[in-house]
Ligand binder design. Structure first.
Ligand SMILES: [Zn+2]
Length: 468
């Protein structure tokens, strides 16, 4: 049996994940992620594939983050028509996130085309549209964790818990060898960490011959995943004392639901008064919350029990979900104390900008930063305690308090990655490190070699490897 691995995106970088397994004339793709980065580069990378999409038999998705699934509609537009396998929760999140992504692609193209037309240039096409997304999601096929399935002739797959986001999985693939043992390949997807709220801990990596591991924080220690609950209680009680508003910019999927969950627990435990309203003001977050409610099968034990006890862990007496723009606008006139969670998580677009604009100049208010803020974003400027910020082209004085809660990265850090992979040392023939900047991948490679992995490589995009 002739088989090989081919690395496309997320090789020596963190986005655009796509790895191909080819065996006996059949090809499967692990993930099909959007490359996110500088516009021009992203545009070029997101419009190319390493082979004709129609030649790919099937795709197996590790999880619904857009850098792992966001190129699927383009793959389908260019001829892919096979099944896309993922866990049931991932399938539901993918539908939501791809629709959102298409909207962004269409708006982006419209924005640039306005400029291009003025210059007399040809208009550009969006990377994909809502119609392409519809075609893509029709190909989704749900497979439960630990349930084996045939992914292409001669290739059998199994998904296992990755503990990184709702529905996230690692992928094990077995290539059948005539008369011999199968060749086993394990792809970690994005690996989560133990102790995260709502999610179960990642499962141990299955034994394998070839390991494809993520390396996002291969050389970096991030604080342990600890409960946000304690810190949240303090901030909420302070805002009640001051009668102010607590504004929380948050990613729509994951972090928002954890805050609601923690808030609900704190209320029931009597650690914050129940009369303070918590408002989730983000259409995507509201829809993502509905997906969370559909999938208690992937909650950890604590969340499962709490959900049973309360009837619905993501609903409580003073928790409100807004739907219309009018409801969102009405929040500006409402008096505090109150908590508003809104997107986007880095304060770049969306309703959060209106909430910041309206609340940032009042010293009774607090802006609570709960996620990573990339350089040059409004969120980062707030973290850096800049005294003035620009929102919608106007300058605002930052008089509200800005608090940062750290320690909530959903990626395994250097120690966790090293410990996770350690049991496979001496057993794996070759390890491929992907999904990490080169310095992070190199650091993890060095650690793994020290721990007994003899063959660790960091593939370049386009590189192929025979797997005998
Ligand atoms: Zn991810």
């Amino acid at each position: 049996m002739k088989a090989r691995l081919r690395f496309h995106g997320a090789a020596r970088e963190v986005t655009g994940s796509m790895h191909l397994i080819e065996a006996d004339g059949h090809t499967i793709a692990l993930d099909c992620g959007l490359f996110q980065g500088r516009r021009k580069e992203a545009n070029a990378k997101n419009r190319t594939f390493p082979l004709k999409p129609s030649r790919i038999d099937a795709v197996v998705l590790s999880h619904a983050h857009i850098d792992h699934c966001g190129k699927l509609p383009r793959l389908v537009r260019e001829g892919f028509s096979g099944p896309i396998y993922a866990t049931p929760a991932t399938c539901d999140l993918v539908k939501l996130l791809l629709a959102d992504s298409a909207h962004i692609q269409e708006e982006d193209a419209a924005y640039w085309n306005k400029k291009r037309v003025r210059r007399g240039d040809e208009p550009i096409e969006p990377l994909y549209t809502a119609a392409d997304v519809e075609e893509a999601v029709r190909l989704l096929q749900a497979r439960r964790l630990e349930e084996g399935f045939d992914v292409a002739p001669g290739m059998h797959a199994r998904l296992y818990e990755a503990g990184h986001m709702l529905g996230s999985a690692g992928v094990g693939v077995e290539i059948q060898n005539r008369g011999g043992e199968p060749t086993r390949i394990v792809f970690t997807g994005d690996r989560g960490r133990s102790g995260m709220e709502i999610l179960r801990d990642p499962a141990p990596l299955p034994p394998c011959d070839y390991l494809i591991s993520e390396s996002t924080y291969g050389g970096r220690e991030t604080p342990r995943a600890e409960s946000m609950r304690e810190q949240l209680a303090d901030v909420v009680n302070q805002i009640i004392d001051r009668g102010g508003k607590l504004v929380i910019p948050s990613f729509a999927v994951g972090r928002t639901q954890v805050i609601v969950y923690d808030f609900h627990m704190l209320v029931l435990e009597g650690r914050i008064p129940e009369h303070i309203p918590l408002i989730v003001d983000s259409p995507l977050a509201v829809r993502a919350t509905e997906v969370f409610k559909l999938h208690p099968e992937v909650y950890d034990r604590e969340a499962f029990a709490f959900n049973k006890l309360t009837g619905d862990m993501l609903e409580c007496k003073h928790c409100e979900y807004t739907h219309s723009v009018e409801e969102s606008k009405a929040l500006h006139a409402r008096k505090g104390p109150m908590i508003i969670i809104s997107a986007s998580g880095m304060c770049e677009v969306g309703r959060i900008l209106h909430h910041l604009k309206n609340n940032i100049e009042n010293p009774r208010n607090t802006v609570l930063i709960v996620g990573y803020q990339a350089a040059h974003t409004l969120g980062r400027r707030l973290v850096e305690k800049q005294k003035r910020v620009r929102i919608f082209g106007e300058t605002y004085e930052v008089k509200a308090q800005v608090k940062v809660l750290n320690g909530f990265s959903a990626h395994a850090n250097a120690t966790e990655l090293a410990d996770t992979t350690a049991p496979l040392a001496g057993k794996v023939r070759r390890t491929f490190l992907v999904h990490g900047e080169l310095d992070q991948a190199k650091a993890l490679a060095a650690t793994m070699r020290r721990r007994g992995f003899t063959d660790v490589v960091i593939p370049e995009s386009g590189q192929k490897f025979a797997i005998p």
